[in-house]
Design a protein around this ligand. Structure first.
Ligand code: SF4
Ligand code: SF4
Ligand code: SF4
Length: 187
């Protein structure tokens, strides 16, 4: 077996052991990136939302049994979903770009809502809300696991969309620059 195959198997196992909240508290953007960095040798103790349960799984997979949770990467995240208090939402749309799994629905100037079947409870939308109208509601642990099962797929789709949009903007701005340079030469 090639070493790249070994890495691939390790990555899959490690990724599956992570809780799929996509919160970025491990100092990587999401669970996939953290799994990749563990394969590359990063410490296995940074997923505080996964707690000791996740750490134990990672210890079994990697054989690294010496590390304890590094709480500087906390705080933890309870099984929960976020909700928008409808009467308070001003429709500013500042929460939408922060959601790693596209669980927030709404257009500028309109009331926003969170799809409870998609929310991982990551809390990333709370801080940017200027009127503090996003709250969290505790849910059962098993329900949270079910909700998070598809989060990587949605996370990947959102990142792909955002990256293509950025590329388009950068291409447009470089072509705008070329036009501006042409004008300068002509004047
Ligand atoms: S749940 Fe959060 S802290 Fe844990 S691996 Fe995923 S992104 Fe990192
Ligand atoms: S709605 Fe908020 S808490 Fe839920 S996944 Fe999106 S950013 Fe995270
Ligand atoms: S950031 Fe807050 S006020 Fe703005 S759209 Fe989102 S929930 Fe509504």
């Amino acid at each position: 077996m090639k070493s790249s195959d070994t890495n691939k198997i390790s990555f899959t196992e490690i990724h599956q052991a992570l809780p799929q909240i996509q919160c970025g508290r491990c100092d990587t953007p999401g669970c996939k990136e953290y799994a990749e960095s563990i394969v590359e040798g990063a410490p296995i103790n940074r997923c505080i939302p996964g707690g000791n349960e996740t750490l134990k799984k990672l210890q079994t997979i990697t054989g690294n049994i010496d590390q304890t949770l590094d709480h500087s990467y906390g705080p933890s995240i309870e099984p929960q979903v976020a909700l928008i208090v409808e009467d308070a939402c001003i429709g500013c749309a500042k929460c939408i770009p922060k959601c790693p799994v596209d669980a927030i629905i709404g257009a500028p100037g309109k009331l926003h809502q969170i799809d409870p079947d998609l929310c991982t409870g990551c809390e990333l939308c709370i801080e940017p809300c200027p009127v503090d109208c996003i709250i969290v509601e505790k849910i059962k642990s098993n329900d949270a696991i079910t909700l998070r099962a598809q989060s990587q797929e949605r996370y990947d789709r959102k990142r792909l969309r955002v990256t293509s949009k950025k590329k388009k903007i950068s291409l447009n701005s470089s072509s705008n620059q070329s036009v501006a340079n042409l004008y300068k030469k002509l004047l």
